[in-house]
Design a protein around this ligand. Structure first.
Ligand code: PFF
Length: 466
């Protein structure tokens, strides 16, 4: 085992780092968009059920695989299946997927960094329409921000597991929680905020359909950082003495609470600033729309709290989103880095530098697909439209592949490595073997969880590409 393999200093260190990975753009940007689009409260209920019944078992499976094998996903898939070549290839999918997610996640994090800068310097108003947002993301002026972001992210990764990742999470995660609560309290004081609260919390079951269900499962998977090897990798840095089940539960609760709170911030804000909002119009929400909508929220806030108050709130909000994105980005990149350290015997330094070069190159190509390069903008036709290089990566790796990798992890834990898996979960917890949870995990991972994941995979392939 390489000397460059790190370990978290404590259980809390693991929980904060894993929650730091899980809490990101998925919670603060995608979740409110998905909730507003898919019927508000109905989406929330289905989402929470999926987290508890399907994602939690997969989360524990991934952490256990990592901790037992003390390896990156390829090493873990191979070690737990007796060195089987086919499973090794499945493990490679769990390295490629996070790499590709890191590529598009880097681009979106750069946008957030620019919003943060504009909030601080007072130029947010210029980004308040979809057209202005489109101009911003299609302009070469974003590239200096790339350099800044990459220095910050790879600087943390060079610091290693304890000195870089854990230290960052210890500072940023509590800060993030405090900022979020402060902003929610502010929004709740606004007139008409309760219209949004009602849409978000009182279910209208007539909105429940297949699209809501599959959106909720994909969102839950992405949000918990499942199906991409991150929990395997972070699990491999988790101390042998601590209990996986309790820590995993805290990570799932923290991630879901932040998503819930982000919804409680954004949905009431939409209604407070636009009391005439018709919930049916929200079905066309998109990430692009949210990006142009957010500055509008802060602009209208000026009337209530004045220019400086609104600028301060905008700065806090975008700093929050940026910190969350940064802890997630670091975690995604740690997966290919751990692969290079374990399997290719690179030093951490060399692995970090190679990754920095690779991710930056691909991320620049992805950023060019918003108009700067015609070839990359109209890269490939599928699903009835001409898609960009960015779209191809985002669609394929953030949705389609995740359930497939999650499916592989289930099969390994439920069939190939079953007794070892249960024993790993029982470490430090004598009563676990006879608990209802252990029976539920054994049953669910062997039966409906993989079936649902396979179904969602096939459904996503059909929907996206055909
Ligand atoms: N879970 C993160 C989010 O919700 O934004 C995104 C993410 C982190 C995806 C880590 C993948 C990953 F490995």
């Amino acid at each position: 085992m390489s000397a460059d393999r790190g370990q978290f200093s404590s259980r809390l260190g693991f929980i904060l780092a894993a929650a730091g990975s899980a809490v990101g753009l998925g919670n603060l940007v995608a979740f409110p968009v998905m909730a507003s689009k898919n019927g508000g409260a109905v989406f929330l209920i289905v989402y929470v059920l999926f987290v508890a019944l399907i994602c939690f078992p997969v989360l524990l499976a991934e952490i256990a695989m990592g901790r037992h094998s003390r390896r990156n996903p390829v090493g873990a898939f191979s070690a737990l299946t007796g060195g089987h070549q086919g499973w090794r290839w499945a493990g490679k999918l769990a390295i490629l997927t996070p790499f590709m997610i890191a590529v598009f996640y880097t681009v979106v994090t750069v946008w957030i960094l620019i919003y943060l800068f504009r909030a601080v310097t007072g130029g947010l108003a210029d980004l308040a329409t979809p057209a202005a947002f489109g101009d911003m993301i299609g302009s070469p002026s974003i590239f200096p921000w790339f350099v800044l972001l990459q220095i910050a992210v790879f600087g943390v990764l060079l610091g290693g597991v304890k000195g870089g990742i854990e230290r960052m999470a210890r500072v940023l995660m509590p800060t993030l929680a405090i900022m979020l609560i402060g902003l929610i309290v502010f929004v709740m004081t606004l007139d008409d905020a309760m219209l949004g609260v009602r849409y978000y919390l009182v279910p209208d079951f007539s909105r429940l359909d297949g699209a809501v269900i599959s959106a909720a499962l994909n969102q839950a998977f992405f949000s918990l950082s499942l199906g991409m090897g991150i929990m395997i990798t972070y699990g491999s840095y988790f101390s042998r003495e601590d209990r996986i089940v309790n820590s995993g539960r805290l990570v799932a609760v923290a991630d879901t609470s932040v998503a819930f709170m982000a919804g409680l911030l954004i949905l009431p804000a939409i209604f407070a600033f636009n009391p005439a909002t018709n919930p049916d119009d929200l079905s066309s929400s998109s990430v692009g729309l949210i990006f142009s909508y957010l500055p509008q929220i802060f602009l209208s806030m000026q009337e209530v709290v004045g220019y400086w108050g609104a600028s301060a709130a905008a700065t806090v909000f975008f700093a929050l989103v940026f910190f969350a994105a940064m802890t997630s980005l670091v975690s995604i990149l740690e997966i290919p880095i751990s692969y290079m350290i374990d399997e290719l015997c690179y030093s951490r330094r060399k692995a970090v530098l190679v990754q920095a070069a690779l991710v930056t190159t691909f991320a620049i190509l992805a950023a060019l697909s918003f108009g700067m390069s015609g070839f990359l903008t109209d890269f490939i036709p599928y699903g009835g439209a001409q898609k960009s290089f960015f779209d191809l990566i985002a669609d394929t790796f953030s949705e389609v592949i995740l359930p497939l990798v999650g499916f592989f992890a289930c099969i390994i834990c439920a069939w190939r490595w079953r007794d070892g898996f249960m024993a790993e979960l029982a470490v430090g917890d004598d009563g676990f073997g006879n608990s209802a949870l252990s029976r539920y995990l054994g049953f669910s991972l062997r039966t409906f969880v993989p079936i649902v994941l396979l179904f969602v995979f096939i459904n996503s392939v059909a929907q996206k590409y055909f």
